[in-house]
Design a protein around this ligand. Structure first.
Ligand SMILES: [Zn+2]
Length: 279
């Protein structure tokens, strides 16, 4: 997967799907979402969205979301991250497999070169089962096993000889942070202009205005356009070098985009307005 979404877009995306579905399809869609890990199923069977860690029905916590792997900063860091992402990829490529919230690997001595974490007989932990369940499949050894590493690499076998790896939800966990502050907007105004240029096609280009305060957009036979947020907090498009020119508002019914697909949709909306400038 090259593009990761986060749990905060999983919910709106599902909402779109739900609203587009017939009532008769919604139950199946909800089941599918839980199966794929896009929603989580509580032990009480209620299906909850990923942006909550407590069940909406019974308020029980979502199981297996915390990383309880013992710290071993020397050896675990990148290996565990690799293992998590490889597991996530594995489940993404095996859509028939229900995505667990965590996987436990047990110690085996059956490898030729001594003790290691076994990839078969892994234990899957689902959010609706407090206990782990034997996992019938082996993982693709070449990928998962490579990330597991030999036992020698760790100081000691882990909890009850099981390495428990919390599998990230289908969407990468966190937004980037900047200087300790949560970044509120994923895209700057010039990104909007570039998305519009991409939507408008050949001959169109875009750039950032001064200190990124606005975006510039130009195309064949069209005066340079300026994209900016007006004092009423509307996103507007106007002629760049004509102060008297009319400004056209671009509707953002879903708010500011946070992810590439949303940005593309906004780019299309801007492009639609920009075409009204065409001769
Ligand atoms: Zn519940």
């Amino acid at each position: 997967m090259s593009q990761h979404l986060t749990s905060s877009t999983a919910t709106p995306a599902l909402d779109y799907l739900m609203s587009a579905a017939f009532p008769s399809q919604r139950a199946a869609l909800t089941d599918l979402a839980a199966h794929q890990g896009l929603m989580w199923r509580c032990v009480c069977r209620t299906i909850n969205s990923l942006n909550t860690d407590r069940c909406a029905q019974c308020e029980k916590g979502r199981l297996w979301t915390d990383d309880i792997t013992p710290d071993d900063p020397e050896n675990y860091g990148s290996l565990l991250e690799n293992l998590r992402s490889i597991l996530a990829d594995w489940f993404d490529r095996e859509p028939k497999e229900r995505r667990p919230a965590a996987i436990g690997f047990r110690v085996t001595t059956q490898y030729d070169d001594g003790p290691a974490w076994a990839t078969w007989d892994a234990t899957a932990y689902y959010t609706d089962f407090p206990e782990g369940k034997p996992y019938p499949k082996d993982f693709e050894r070449s990928r998962v096993a490579d990330a597991l590493g030999e036992l020698d690499d760790f100081e000691q076998p882990q909890v009850h000889d099981t390495l428990l790896v919390v599998v990230p939800p289908p969407f990468a966990p966190k937004r980037p942070k900047e200087k300790g502050l949560t970044r509120e907007y994923a895209y700057g105004i010039s990104d909007y202009a570039r998305a519009a240029a991409a939507a408008l096609g050949d001959g169109w280009g875009a750039d950032s205005g001064y200190i990124g305060a606005y975006g510039l957009l130009w195309g064949p036979g069209v005066p340079t356009l300026r994209l900016y947020v007006d004092p009423y907090e509307d996103l507007v498009l106007t002629r760049h070098e004509d102060e008297d020119a009319a400004a056209f508002t671009i509707d953002l019914p879903d708010g500011a985009p946070s992810y590439p697909a949303e940005m593309r949709a906004v780019g299309e909306a801007i492009a639609k307005i920009a075409r009204t400038f065409l001769p």
